[in-house]
Design a protein around this ligand. Structure first.
Ligand SMILES: *Cc1c(COP(=O)(O)O)cnc(C)c1O
Length: 431
């Protein structure tokens, strides 16, 4: 399988090239050249398969021998070694809990797979590999955890100053070793712009090997499709119509879901569920796509004003607006609506949801009509990651999981950085 750039200005790449480069030289995103349905035998055995087994089958199908089977199998087993339970909330609504990995957000799924794939492809490379990751809160720590202490790899995280939760900041800034955190004077979109600009800078790229750990990297985006199959297998109700509601910011997660559908997974609709940074719901409503500066919300990991996976999403629909709207619905929630949903979920179902998951749930409540439909929302982070907000909203104290407490005891180490590319570039050149 080859991977083409969504801008079509460069030749298709091998998997290795696509994974190590991250972003194509023409600024496009890599996509598999063919996405065909998996065989029906695969769907029949889904209910009895583990996440690692599903990952292995789907990845083998997409990668076609580019990674030896035994190695790919090991990568899947190591990456997907935590639970991803589908939890029943009510008769028609389920929560797919993606937050049981080491940093307690769904980003662990993609980051763990990607770090192992990159390490595999980077083996025997004499030059150090610099992994750049802009983060709105959760990507950074998942990537850091995936690469921590991996030889030959250095990770630079960029996060927007004052715009991530306290626990997220502790998770980002306390690794040390081969992980460095930059505290950027700006918003997430500034962090993302700095990283993109670094990849396009010829001088930098001559001097150092740079790669991206954002969801623009194919190796992060592909494994996110695996859990859509896994949810379908766990639900095991083949005569129901399934709607996935995906709390979205950069749209890597939703794009991966649409890819799962193109790989044959029967999904009736997807919901692009956003906070007030509703660029995609607005596109669905009006046909016009207008990126704009992001606004801070209590679902901060989704404060994205220029969703970087949008070209991929369009590509999956052959750039057809009507095909896009046929499959994807858009819903947005204000901070007040998010809080109301969090309280409602607790009062009615004793379920503590984080602000991001609440957006997914609220959209399902608005959308679901027919009793033949089942709505699954992706619960993208553990509520404790947004402790202050959740505690304030629900009005009671709850225990932090042990693996979060560990981060809180460590000392923050971050390098202050302006939002100007020149400053970022000289920093990189000094390494
Ligand atoms: C990153 C993130 C999202 C948004 O995911 P995208 O793939 O960027 O759309 C949603 N919720 C949480 C908790 C996240 O960390």
């Amino acid at each position: 399988m080859k991977y083409y750039s969504t801008n079509h200005q460069v030749a298709p790449a091998t998997l290795k090239e696509a994974v190590l480069k991250g972003l194509a030289a023409d600024n496009g995103l890599y996509m598999p050249e063919r996405i065909n349905p998996l065989p029906s035998s695969f769907f029949k055995k889904l209910p009895s398969m583990s996440m690692a087994e599903i990952g292995f089958e789907v990845a083998s199908f997409l990668f076609e021998q580019e990674i030896p089977s035994d190695i790919l199998k090991k990568i899947c087993e190591e990456s997907f070694n935590f639970e991803i339970p589908l939890v029943r909330i009510s008769e028609q609504i389920y929560s797919l809990e993606l937050f049981h990995g080491p940093t307690l957000a769904f980003k662990d799924v993609g980051a763990r797979f990607m770090s192992r794939l990159m390490s595999y492809f980077n083996e025997g490379n004499s030059r150090e590999l610099f992994v750049l990751a802009a983060t709105s809160g959760d990507t950074g720590s998942a990537v850091a955890a995936g690469f921590y202490n991996v030889k030959g790899i250095r990770v630079i995280l960029l996060y927007p100053k004052g715009k991530v939760s306290k626990i997220q900041e502790q998770q980002l800034t306390t690794f040390g070793g081969n992980i460095t955190a930059l505290e950027v004077e700006g918003v997430f979109d500034d962090c993302q712009r700095l990283v993109k600009q670094a990849f396009l800078d010829e001088e930098l790229n001559k001097k150092m090997t740079l790669t991206s750990a954002n969801s623009i990297n194919l190796a992060r985006f592909i494994p996110q499709s695996f859990y859509y199959f896994y949810a379908f297998g766990q639900l095991n109700q083949p005569n129901k119509e399934i709607i996935f509601s995906v709390p979205s910011g950069n749209f890597g997660n939703l794009t991966a879901g649409v890819m799962a559908w193109k790989l044959g997974l029967p999904v009736k609709k997807f919901i692009a569920a956003t906070n007030i940074n509703d660029i995609v719901p607005e596109y669905i409503r009006t046909g016009e796509y207008h990126p704009r500066p992001s606004i801070k919300t209590i679902a901060n990991a989704m404060d994205v004003g220029n969703p970087n996976n949008f070209p991929r999403l369009q590509e999956l629909f052959d750039k057809s607006y009507s095909a896009f709207c046929e499959k994807i619905l858009g819903f947005r929630q204000t901070d007040d609506e998010i809080r109301k949903t969090m309280r409602q979920l607790y009062q009615e179902h004793r379920y503590i949801v984080d602000p991001h998951g609440a957006i997914g749930y609220a959209a399902l409540k608005k959308y679901l009509q027919s009793p033949y439909e089942i709505g699954i929302f992706l619960e993208t982070a553990h509520p404790a990651k947004f402790y202050d907000e959740v505690e304030k909203t629900l009005g009671f104290h709850f225990d932090l999981p042990e693996n979060l407490k560990v981060y809180l005891q460590k000392e923050k180490k971050a390098i202050p950085m302006s939002a100007s590319f020149d400053d970022f570039k000289s920093y990189l050149q000094s390494l």
